[in-house]
Design a protein around this ligand. Sequence first.
Ligand code: HEC
Length: 98
Amino acid sequence: MKTLTLLITLLLTGLSSNAALASGQERAPDLANGEKLVSQNCTRCHDDSVYTRPNRRVKTLPGLGKQVRFCKDTIGITWFDDEVNDVVYFLNDKYYHF
Ligand code: HEC
């Protein structure tokens, strides 16, 4: 029983520190990690030509964040906000330039 309580405590502590990260104390985006995440998860339905096509839909940085979240939710992957940020800033740096 003690062990269980300890486990739960550890789990909750872990979760709340992630919540702290999500609420504004994010680290600087890691573009290389963003590139890796995109190449591992994001090439099944479209390649990188969607990011550069003339009629591309994403027009703003927040819009890019929204689209990345939408696409990742479609395939059911879970990323921390930091990882979403890495991907957004990688795509922005390489393709969108907002
Ligand atoms: C299940 C299929 C699928 C996967 C996997 C997928 N996407 Fe998409 N994505 C789409 C579709 C569909 C569109 C919209 C294409 C269109 O409008 O013609 C799109 C469009 C986009 C756009 C907008 C392009 C524009 O027009 O500016 C971005 C950015 C994007 N995806 C990022 C990602 C990222 C990042 C991942 C990996 C997490 C990902 N996608 C994985 C289906 C997918």
